[in-house]
Design a protein around this ligand. Sequence first.
Ligand code: GLP
Length: 259
Amino acid sequence: MKVLILPDAAAATDRAASVLIDELRARPASVLGLATGGTMEPLYERLRASHREGLSFAQATTFNLDEYVGLGPDHPRSYHAYMREKLFDQVDIDPSRAHLPRGDTADPHAEAAAYEDAIGRAGGIDLQLLGLGANGHIGFNEPMSSLASPTRIKTLTRSTRDANRRFFEGAEPVPRFAITMGIGTILRARACVLLATGAGKAGAAARMIEGPVSAACPASALQMHPRATVMLDRAAAAELELRSYYEHVHPDGRGRDVV
Ligand code: GLP
């Protein structure tokens, strides 16, 4: 696992965005795994800016990590709506190749299985973007998720629902279930880039990087991935025991061929 510590959140976000931009420039028909959440909003801003400067998504295929069960694609708090607003409606991606699981199907279990199959049919994910939950989740793989899990339904923890309440208005309840790529699905991606910023992620980042590989911290499974890079700002890196070592290896997060 490569650990890059950037001076601040903007620099960490730039670094993660540049990996996606470089991937698309080198291989325009890449299959990208995409993530949602507050951390990714400025990253998508950078992708939009790059598109305005000529970067094309026209040949790319994307698969998002997850969606809330019960929310249709037109629900304003759905991840479908998030992705349309932050990226898909503002770049030249072919909407038929921009995939998210549907949260409003009659049979979410069948939808999850079909989503896993669709990833396989696309040839697998070339580059998977990930955020980090304060409880160590990736996608919506909550603690104690199987490290070999496929795309499936997960019950959200109270802490995750509380953390995401800020995206829901007033009395509207945060959904209790999500369809998420599994940890096994994520580990099959050919490369992973995880971006975590802010002091609220420092504990989870330390457990992910330096803790035991354990379902108790789903992100720790990335220790088993041959091409995983973690990008942190200094606040998110604050609890790392070997922080000075990572900074010695990659001063200011520099380094060639990061994924
Ligand atoms: C959400 C998403 C994750 C995301 C994480 C962190 O619940 N399912 O994919 O990485 O939680 O979100 P944020 O960036 O808002 O802290």
